[in-house]
Design a protein around this ligand. Structure first.
Ligand code: FDA
Length: 306
């Protein structure tokens, strides 16, 4: 079954967009800001924190990057008007990082300035290795300019062992995640294995060293064993719960998320919304071969019925 599911995950590009769209409802709040606000309100009422991502990756033109900037500014204005305490998640390539670094910095600064005026902070998502250095450089500049901003680091990258050191020295807020992009083996901490659990030792080390250094840490994973290991460590070290939070993606492992909240931990849900749902949703589906298996099985049934 596992092999079938994995093969199914590889076949996702062949699945009709209409079917992906139906499944994507689990992972995205909707296509409009209105949809996102409804979901965020419900999450806040239930006791969760949120971080909001306007869907969209690598801008191919300055026009696209500008349009994304306006989407974020609209979002910030609405959140401010509604007095919603939340966080923004931002992908720098969507603001033109790969087109013109200075223009990208001007756009992200504009968004962060507007957000800060409403007491809203941000986290810079980490993208593929072509962007890692530029993203770190941009983050360090933004932080030095005084914006309330954190950065995501990927435990699957070897270079994170070094990248995290200056961030810890500055007590920068950070989100530790495993990493989602398909990278060449030479960049990865475990070259021999595609088993993501091999990355866990690095994940634990980064979280514990960052907490010990005094950074606020977002523990972004749905891996129950990894979470238990970290809770054991955090409790043994008597780390105050205000110094870290768990973070999970909308629609993923909700029972685990609810359990952590019920145990009194802070839990933040990553809420993406927008028109550009396809890339985000197919990444989520590929991460969960069981869902990919269901989709392909459903298509085969439909094919036989037709
Ligand atoms: P792992 O992949 O080992 O999954 C653990 C378990 O979780 C699985 O066994 C399965 O049960 C469940 N699960 C995982 N994904 C699922 C899914 N889609 N549907 C249902 N169940 C699923 N990456 C990145 O490169 N840059 C970034 O900036 C971010 N930002 C980010 C923010 C937040 C809040 C989260 C939670 C994650 C990210 N990520 C990310 C993604 C991250 O790197 C990683 O790919 C996913 O979180 C999946 O890895 P896990 O740590 O959950 O472990």
């Amino acid at each position: 079954m596992r092999i079938f599911n994995t093969m199914a995950a590889r076949a996702i590009p062949l699945v009709p967009r209409s079917l992906i769209r139906r499944i994507s409802r689990r992972y995205i709040a909707g296509e409009t800001l209105c949809d996102a606000l409804v979901r965020i309100r419900a999450l806040h009422t239930a006791g969760f924190r949120t971080t909001i991502d306007v869907l969209g990756e690598t801008a191919c033109s300055a026009g696209q990057a500008e349009s994304m900037t306006h989407d974020y500014l609209d979002l910030v204005q609405t959140l401010g008007a509604e007095n919603m305490r939340t966080e923004l998640s931002i992908k720098l390539t969507a603001l033109g990082l790969q087109l013109d670094g200075d223009a990208c910095m001007a756009r992200v600064s504009m968004i962060l300035r507007a957000a800060a005026a409403h007491g809203i902070s941000a986290c810079i998502d980490m993208e593929d290795v072509r962007c890692t250095q530029k993203t770190l450089d941009a983050f360090l500049r933004l932080e030095a300019e005084g914006y309330p901003v954190g950065i995501a680091l990927q435990a699957y990258l070897i270079r994170t062992n070094e990248d995290i050191v200056p961030l810890q020295a500055r007590k920068s807020p950070m989100r530790i995640c495993k990493g989602i992009y398909a990278e060449a083996n030479e960049h990865l901490v475990d070259r021999a294995s595609s088993d993501r659990s091999a990355i866990n030792a690095h994940f634990v080390r980064h979280v514990s060293s960052a907490v010990q250094a005094g950074s606020f840490v977002g523990i972004a994973t749905h891996d129950a064993l990894l979470i238990d290991t970290l809770i054991d460590w955090l409790q043994r070290e008597r780390v105050d719960r205000s110094r870290f939070e768990f973070q999970m993606l909308l629609g993923v492992c909700e029972p685990l998320r609810d359990r952590l909240l019920a145990q009194g931990f802070n839990v933040r849900v990553y809420v993406p919304y927008g028109q550009d749902w396809y890339g985000y949703s197919t990444r989520r589906i590929k991460e969960n071969p069981r869902i990919a298996g269901y989709i392909v099985a459903a298509m085969m049934r439909r094919g036989r019925a037709g």
